[in-house]
Design a protein around this ligand. Structure first.
Ligand code: ADP
Length: 474
């Protein structure tokens, strides 16, 4: 209709207290860590003077990072709802306009509206659409406009005084492509991670979305959560809605368990097309793979202490074992070897349990190969090559064409690298064969809970003997 006449006018929507049924933290299931972090922002908005009176500066922005449908928008709305402040939202893709100057003027308008109604929340969804690093992929004309828009956004955020009381929340799935300027102090200097839900969180999300639904029987929510690995909160909301529609279509008076299962099947079908679903067989492999890392690192004296193991996919990775990063300035060879052994523990577990290996170890192999190469060619930690380094602190690995060693040495280096990796792989196989029952218990627990922490590991393994690995060069 009259849309064309509105170009240049802000599309920012204002949800004020009267017209919006406020979203609150009760509507956001799971996401405990993220909720805790935004709690502080709610405090700032409710009570700005308390924080500024001592000279402190209220943060201007935070970045919500995570896959689509995990509740980033919902969380931002809940912050506004909890703080009882207006919520202004725009999507990054709305900003990308072909008319010169429109994007920038929209940003100006949006900030002006928010400042007039402050305290307020501005939410920018898909910020990567405008916030990509400048000067990259500069092939299409619209990029200039995108850059203008981004510059205007930076200008607005820098222009906030200490008492502006507008906090900008932005969401993205791709924090890695964002212009570093956005992350500078006084802009989006906080990052809050919002991950796909684990099994317990999925159950809680079901609880939230079942509230308005008339069910025919008491549903087993644990069962539903188990049926939906890899589902986001939005997918689960979809399941609940779809189940109600299926029941209605069949003239039922209330929604049954079977309707939910049919709805899950339907959503899985859609997700499978997008390649987002892990099959039960794959899930088992991933569980043993991660349990392999966890078991080896638990058993090896010099491996880094483990804090969390998960088989909830995140980004490119299907599972992960998280270690407490230790700040080591000096690393001993036995530490490097134990770490490499733990890294090979993933593939070793697949071998020990299934007598089959998979491509799932790619990034592990990349990591150990680099480490082994570094031991041999950089740190002088290999007997055959000896106390020689091929590291050049002046050039950035500038050897390129001519290697700083002979063909003969090159062959020795290659042989030593394979030997180190193979030895650590065999060592991992031995550790896991000796502890096969514990490995199995751990993998089964992982399949059941999807995430386990150090305390759970202690229940299986008992206390770890060498928790404090003090590095001292006695
Ligand atoms: P994102 O912004 O991360 O893409 P949204 O916040 O738009 O995701 O989520 C879409 C919908 O999915 C929400 O409106 C809500 O109905 C549902 N949803 C997503 N995550 C959750 C959650 N953690 N708890 C409850 N509902 C959720």
């Amino acid at each position: 209709g009259g849309q064309i006449f509105n170009i240049g006018k802000s599309k920012a929507k204002l949800f004020d207290e009267k017209t919006d049924t406020r979203t609150s933290f009760k509507d956001v299931a799971g996401l405990e860590g993220a909720k805790e972090e935004v709690e502080e922002i709610v405090e700032f908005l409710r009570n700005p003077d308390k924080y500024t009176s001592l000279g402190g500066k209220i943060p201007k922005g935070a970045l919500l990072v995570g896959p689509p449908g995990t509740g980033k928008t919902l969380l931002a709305k809940a912050v506004a709802g909890e703080a009882k402040v207006p919520f202004f939202s725009l999507s990054g893709s709305d900003f990308v306009e072909m008319f010169v100057g429109v994007g920038a003027s929209r940003v100006r308008d949006l900030f002006k509206q928010a400042k007039d109604k402050s305290p307020a929340i501005i939410f920018i969804d898909e910020i990567d659409a405008i916030g990509r690093a400048r000067g990259k992929n500069n092939f299409t004309g619209s990029n200039d406009e995108r850059e203008n828009t981004l510059n205007q956004l930076l200008t607005e955020m820098d222009g906030f005084g200490t008492n502006t009381n507008v906090i900008v929340l932005a969401a993205t799935n791709r924090a890695d492509v964002l212009d570093k300027a956005l992350m500078r102090a006084g802009r989006f200097d906080r990052q809050i991670y919002v991950d796909l839900p684990d099994i317990r969180e999925r159950k809680e999300i079901f609880e939230v979305h079942l509230r308005p639904i008339k069910t025919a029987e008491t549903l087993d929510l644990d069962f539903l959560a188990r049926q939906t690995p890899g589902f986001s909160g939005a997918d689960i909301a979809n399941v609940c809605n779809e189940a109600a529609l299926i029941a209605a279509r069949n003239e039922k008076k209330a929604v049954t368990k079977q309707d939910f299962l049919d709805a899950v099947d339907r959503i899985v079908g859609g997700l499978e097309k997008k390649n987002k679903i892990i099959t039960p067989g794959e899930k088992e492999t991933i569980a043993y793979h991660e349990a392999g890392h966890a078991t080896t690192s638990w058993m090896l004296e010099h491996a880094a202490p483990l804090v969390k193991v998960t088989i909830v996919p995140r980004g490119q990775s299907l599972g992960a074992a998280w270690y407490l990063p230790e700040e080591r300035l000096i690393v001993r060879p036995e530490q490097m070897l134990d770490e490499m052994c733990a890294t090979m523990g993933g593939r070793a577990a697949e071998k020990v349990i299934f007598n089959k290996i998979s491509t799932g170890a790619l990034s592990d192999l990349e990591k150990v190969t680099k480490q082994a190469r570094a031991m041999v060619t950089i740190y002088g930690l290999n007997d055959i090559i000896g106390n020689t380094t091929y590291y050049d602190s002046s050039g950035q690995d500038s050897y390129g064409f001519s290697k700083p060693y002979s063909e003969d040495t090159a062959r020795k280096i290659d042989a030593e690298i394979s030997k180190i990796i193979e030895e650590q792989y065999q060592r991992a196989i031995k550790v896991l064969t000796d502890n096969k029952d514990k490995l199995t218990t751990l993998a089964e627990r992982l399949l059941e809970k999807e995430v386990i922490f150090k305390e759970d590991l202690e229940k299986i393994f008992g206390k770890r003997n060498f928790e404090k690995d003090v590095l001292a060069l006695e």
